[in-house]
Design a binder for this molecule. Sequence first.
Ligand code: MF3
Ligand code: CO
Ligand code: CO
Length: 271
Amino acid sequence: MGIHIKSPEEQQLMRAAGKAAGTVLEFITPHVKAGISTDELNTLCHNYIVDGLGLIPAPLGYGEGPGRPPFPKSVCTSVNHVVCHGIPGPKPLKKGDVVNIDVTVIKNGFHGDTSKMFTIGEPKIQAKNAIDVALKSMWLGIHQVKPGGTLRDIGRAIQTYVEANRCSVVREYCGHGIGKVFHEDPQVLHYDDGSRDFVLQEGMTFTIEPMVNAGKRHTRLLPDAWTVITKDRSPSAQWEHTILVTKDGFEVLTLRDEERAAGYPEKGAIA
Ligand code: MF3
Ligand code: CO
Ligand code: CO
């Protein structure tokens, strides 16, 4: 497969795709409340992506393989102990639930991929902790991104922080290169497997999307062949951004205004 280094023109297209993906999360945020079903959230996102933005929702029809049907919906919605790839369904969200909405759009042939956690009312302390730890770990990973840095630096920063905070990192799923292809090389592990001395270069684009469990790290795949849950049914949290390696650091292509307002950086440079 190989790694695709994006030209300045391709970087501009990735910026536009990333920004669009972020706006879908901004659009859906006020709708994520007790009583709405994840299927209704999916329909709202689908219509916004297709009719509002004129774009393609990448998950819809994606990923058919041996023993696995194509993904049937336009976003992934992962509630409580669902780790990732939850399929939107008819069950209404209720107070105390936590849900990840994962949006991927295709704009001018390029993908933007980002996800965010939402809380319905007050979640239990375990779930809240996993959400906070996952968010912080994603940003620690992002801050490792610079030319000359390694994938290993990213995984190590995330794992160290998560495990120091009484949570665990899911190992079966990882971040990924992204561009014209939804999931391309390299794989971006959220832990240190000791073998990722792969050096980052300007123009690479990939996601960082740690899945953090309040309990043990192990997962189970449901018979629908998509939904991943925690084996111990502990709550799980995930955040995701699409990142560009710049001349001297990183750029977060999917940053939202609410994050900017909260002081999260669009760009970072080697000190
Ligand atoms: N958006 C997910 C990711 O971050 C992938 C979803 S694939 C789907 O990589 F088919 F489940 F949508
Ligand atoms: Co992704
Ligand atoms: Co995603």
